[in-house]
Design a protein around this ligand. Structure first.
Ligand code: DGJ
Length: 730
């Protein structure tokens, strides 16, 4: 049973195949955190775990009864509120009508049930009936203020994942204002953790950073309105010596696409408070009597097998319990995108030339990127004017798409639905639709404003124009872009007391629009994008089965970005393309083979002017397309192992083992070549040591034990020299 409650001890035991999470009701009142780690089957006693309950300069709880002495400041809490004797970082804070901000939550009730409910209006994970998941809901309540929270825990036993969320209920007859509602808190015993997270910027997203936690706080966040290039809403805590294959790791990921905060606070007694949720900066939510507020979900996992173990848990979960729809499990088309081939400078002839070569190479889908609408010849105008530019495309989208279809290719189209250019018909007509604060000048980023998705009329307008274009043209794929952060955040429609609800309301509007459109057009493949990966999060992946990983298409930069992203994301959700040289972002020359080998680690495509390829390049591309058709799904569905990190070594190596364990794929590359090179050995993982494996390219046969323990010597005498090796178990 994944969830058990021991009436006698007051302990909740939430168990997955490889982990146990324990909470308890301390002194029949306080919900305390007891343990998260390797499986525990025996009964536990709360007092055995919480042996210390007081400390100097820590107040004695007002909840204590005769003969009891404990301080909330000392004991590990499951959902700490502002205003008790606990003066660490709270997960929850409210302003009441009397001006007070104190909430004291005690255990009231709980229930355990089959399945997992949807979170209203929000993106959230889901379970198939065969997943056999169970949910525990615990009600904590402040009797004085009649305010409660429902803590929800869904246990995905086979996936080693627990999904958590929080719902606030106002049962008083006053209006209350929520000023902080985090989605999870966990006070873990121990102080020797490293904090691992993915930081970056535009075109260099999700680089791995690892540092020891310190007394006081370590945190990451976004205040940019989207989850951001700068910090991904994910972090891990690992014991000091944890590496890819060994050691205890906890991973936390937020199923949300807006402002977030996630971090730790190590107290003076060796407990690490760990938390994640909506960023409380510029967050206030008015909650009337009998109203409820649903906070988004955090998913967490524990692995005793190092970072690879944690990543494998997340990969499987994202593939099966976050991504959904027709494309979840099937092959997706290999695409050519015209962005780096032409930028804004194209016409029908140019696109058709690219399409014809694409067909010759075996590519299956042509994507027309930015620049097809309004007067858009650069990024200075026309967002919002979603009518075709007849100078470039005299036969319209319909005419072009049909011609592309006649060649035997599918057709895809780029949109940036949430934006408006100051120079556009739409902005002239509806300046009030832009995100803004009355009376304040609006700043531009990439010469554009954001449409106010906290407004119903704006959401309906976006749903309307997208539905119209997608219904009336043969479009099989949509790239949904979003190219700026928020500033002067506010809405002309919201009353003053609700202005700080704006950020969250925007995300609710975004999910509403995206949810409606993706439901209405289930056969269209949607790829998310936000200047590459500024909205690469589990919330967005509930709607798009893949996201353009980064605007950096250089093969070497991609080794870092893809390696870092794989800490949490499976390759099945990463868009990756072969682009031209010199590379447009860094000016680097890499071989066509290396660009292909590295792009195989994602949803594969091309992004260069195919009509200019040499015959030799065309032959390589034809082979890449054929090979990807054969092994792409194995890469995307197989178990992934990171073998050599470009962050720590001069190499990049990742391995994929097919679900049936019959095929093993190694993608390897040098970064810089070495003269008279030292040996470099790669040790494969996840092989059967009693089995034999055949290198499909060379015919060489090797034992699993040899490949894993003696390893393979890789050549490293040239810059950026890569190989993609396929082994078949014989
Ligand atoms: C940013 C995206 O990441 C690019 O791939 C491209 O679509 C441009 N926007 C178009 O403006």
């Amino acid at each position: 049973m994944p969830i058990l409650f021991n009436e006698k001890s007051g302990v909740f035991n939430l168990s997955t195949e490889n982990s146990t999470y324990l909470m308890g009701i301390y002194k029949r009142k306080l919900l305390v955190h007891l343990y998260y780690g390797k499986p525990i089957k025996s009964d536990v006693d709360i007092d055995h775990i919480i042996s210390r309950t007081t400390g100097s300069f820590s107040g004695i709880s007002t909840l204590c009864e005769e003969g009891e002495r404990y301080s909330e400041d000392i004991i590990p809490l499951e959902y700490p509120t502002y205003g008790s004797t606990d003066v660490r970082t709270p997960a929850f804070k409210v302003e009441y009508e009397d001006g007070s901000t104190i909430t004291k939550l005690v255990y009231k009730a709980h229930r355990i049930y089959d399945g997992k409910p949807e979170l209203e209006g929000l993106a959230s994970s889901y379970a198939d009936s065969k997943d056999g998941v169970k949910t525990l809901e615990i009600k904590l309540y402040d009797d004085l203020k009649k305010t409660g929270v429902l803590l929800s825990y869904t246990v995905f036993e086979k996936r080693n994942i627990i999904a958590r969320s929080v719902k606030v209920i106002n049962e008083s007859d006053e209006k209350i204002v929520l000023t902080k509602v985090l989605s999870m808190n966990m006070d873990i015993k121990g102080e020797k953790f490293d904090f691992i997270h993915l930081h970056g910027a535009w075109a260099r997203e999700r680089h791995i950073e690892r540092r020891p936690i310190i007394h006081g706080g370590v945190y990451i966040d976004s205040k940019r309105g989207s989850s951001s290039h700068h910090h991904n809403p994910f972090f891990a805590l690992a014991s000091e010596n944890t590496d890819e294959s060994h050691g205890n790791v906890y991973g936390f990921a937020f199923v949300y696409s807006g402002n977030f905060v996630g971090g730790t606070e190590l107290n003076s007694y060796g407990t690490t408070r760990t938390y994640m949720g909506i960023n409380d900066i510029n967050f206030r939510w008015n909650l009337g009597p009998d109203e409820a507020f649903q906070a988004p979900e955090v998913v967490m996992t524990f692995s005793a097998d190092g970072f690879n173990g944690m990543s494998q848990n997340f990969h499987e979960f994202i593939r099966k319990n976050i991504c959904r729809g027709k494309y979840r499990d099937i092959e997706r088309p290999i695409l050519i995108n015209n962005w780096e081939a032409t930028y804004f400078n194209f016409d029908e002839d140019k696109i058709m030339k690219i399409a014809k070569t694409a067909k010759e190479l075996g590519i299956e889908l042509l994507v027309l990127d930015d620049g097809w609408f309004g007067e858009r010849n650069d990024d200075k105008s026309s967002l919002g004017d979603w009518f075709v530019n007849k100078k470039k495309l005299p036969n319209g989208i319909d005419g072009l798409a049909k011609k592309v279809n006649e060649l035997g290719l599918k057709f895809g189209l780029w949109f940036e639905p949430e934006m408006v250019s100051p120079i556009s018909e739409l902005y002239k007509k509806h300046p009030e639709w832009a995100v803004q604060v009355k009376g304040r000048a609006l700043s531009q980023e990439r010469n554009q404003y954001i449409l106010d998705l906290s407004r119903d009329d704006v959401c309906e307008y976006i749903i309307g124009f997208l539905s119209d274009i997608l219904s009336n043209n043969p479009i099989s794929y949509v790239k949904w872009d979003m190219n700026r952060n928020f500033s002067e955040a506010g809405s002309l429609l919201l009353p003053p007391e609700r202005q700080q609800e704006f950020f969250h309301r925007y995300i609710l509007g975004f999910y509403h629009v995206l949810g409606t459109i993706t439901k209405k057009f289930p056969d269209i493949l949607f790829e998310g994008c936000s200047g590459g990966g500024a909205r690469f999060d589990l919330g967005a992946l509930c709607y798009y089965p893949q996201i353009w990983l980064s605007d950096d298409t250089d093969a070497v930069e991609r080794m870092f970005i893809q390696y870092g992203s794989s800490m949490i994301f499976p390759t099945s959700v990463m868009g990756a393309h072969v682009s031209g040289v010199p590379n447009h972002q860094v000016g680097r020359y890499t071989s066509f083979e290396t660009r292909g080998n590295i792009a195989f680690m994602g949803r594969f495509g091309y992004e260069l002017d195919l009509s200019k390829l040499t015959d030799e390049e065309k032959d390589i591309a034809k082979k890449q397309v054929k090979d990807y058709k054969k092994i792409g799904q194995i890469i995307h569905e197989g178990k992934m192992y990171r073998l050599l990190s470009p962050f720590d070594t001069n190499y990049f190596a990742v391995e994929f083992v097919s679900e049936d364990e019959k095929t093993v794929i190694l993608i390897y590359s040098n970064i810089l070549g070495q003269p008279n090179p030292t040996d470099n050995t790669v040790y494969l993982r996840g092989l059967d040591s009693d089995a034999l494996y055949k290198n499909v390219q060379t015919g060489e046969i090797c034992g699993g034990d040899v490949l894993s323990n003696i390893g393979m010597n890789m050549k490293n005498d040239r810059d950026f020299k890569s190989s993609l090796i396929v082994f078949e178990r014989i």
